[in-house]
Design a protein around this ligand. Structure first.
Ligand code: ATP
Ligand code: BTN
Length: 254
């Protein structure tokens, strides 16, 4: 992963560009990076604020040797890779909100958007889009998300009295790609179960009361477990157990 890296000062979305490269047959593990995205995309059709120079806006083309049922595991694995890299490079302990938001004190510091291309019912390629708020000050976030978003810089200053300028984005990127390569190799070797166990260590969702929204439907329950395919197991108050796929679902803590 990261043998080929394409860098842009400005682009619409690194996920779009990565998709174009993948369609042209680029190598497994090709990376696209941009300083600024004009149309950064988030999950559920939301837009992703991708301010110039403040974040790590990155997409990785993957051609995994696994079936459809393991796609979700790759997204969980990416979240684990980011958390491990935060710890190694900056000594930061972040949590994962199912399926793959990385949070610091309950605020989102990183989001992951996985997009998939299928051919003859098999995975043709995956685009793993990772957005990390690196050096934003609180006032630099759009007002609508200010109370729910944070950056590594904000957290470092508040918690450790450190300035983010002592860290380089390139170091963090390198660490993420190297952690990602490790988990990706494991998945390709059929060891997805190890990833799920690792993911659980950092989960801030398990054991908590959650609100699940799926289209018009909404229900609450306790998040009990994540199964071997990465589905969230939620037990509703009336005892009904639901298995939730991440697709179009939004999960909120109460
Ligand atoms: P999800 O359903 O994807 O887990 P959420 O709505 O539960 O998202 P929150 O942390 O509650 O996530 O809210 C953050 C909101 O702000 C999300 O809608 C997120 O997509 C959006 N957002 C846009 N740009 C950013 C950014 N740079 N950093 C953090 N959040 C952002
Ligand atoms: C989310 O909603 O949590 C997912 C956010 C994903 C943002 C990243 S930034 C790099 C890549 N390019 C995009 O347009 N989106 C992803």
């Amino acid at each position: 992963i990261g043998q080929n890296i394409h860098c842009f000062s400005e682009i619409d979305s690194t996920n779009n560009y990565a998709k174009t490269l993948a369609q042209k047959g680029c190598d497994d593990g090709t990376v696209v990076l941009a300083e600024h995205q004009t149309q950064g995309r988030g999950r559920l059709g939301r837009s992703w604020d991708s301010m110039g120079g403040k974040g790590i806006w990155m997409s990785i083309v993957l051609r995994p040797a696994v079936g459809l049922e393991d796609v979700q595991i790759i997204t969980l694995a990416a979240a684990v890779a980011v958390v491990l890299a935060f710890k190694k490079v900056m000594g930061i302990d972040a949590g994962i909100k199912w399926p793959n938001d990385i949070v610091l004190d309950g605020k989102k510091v990183c989001g992951i958007l996985t997009e998939m291309s299928m051919e003859m019912e098999r995975i043709n390629f995956l685009i793993l889009g990772i957005g990390i708020n690196f050096s934003h000050e609180e006032s630099e976030f759009p007002e609508e998300i200010r109370d729910r978003a944070t950056s590594l810089g904000i957290y470092l200053k508040e918690k450790k009295g450190m300035d983010i300028s002592r860290f380089k984005r390139s170091h963090l990127i390198r660490a993420i790609l190297s952690e990602l390569e490790e988990v990706y190799d494991m998945i390709n070797e059929g060891k997805a179960g190890v990833i799920v166990e690792e993911w659980k260590k950092y989960s801030v969702t398990l054991g908590k009361e959650v609100v699940i929204k799926y289209r018009e439907e909404q229900y609450t329950g306790i998040a009990q477990d994540v199964d071997q395919s990465g589905r969230l197991i939620v037990k509703q108050d009336d005892g009904t157990v639901r298995e939730i796929l991440s697709g179009e679902v939004s999960v909120r803590g109460l």
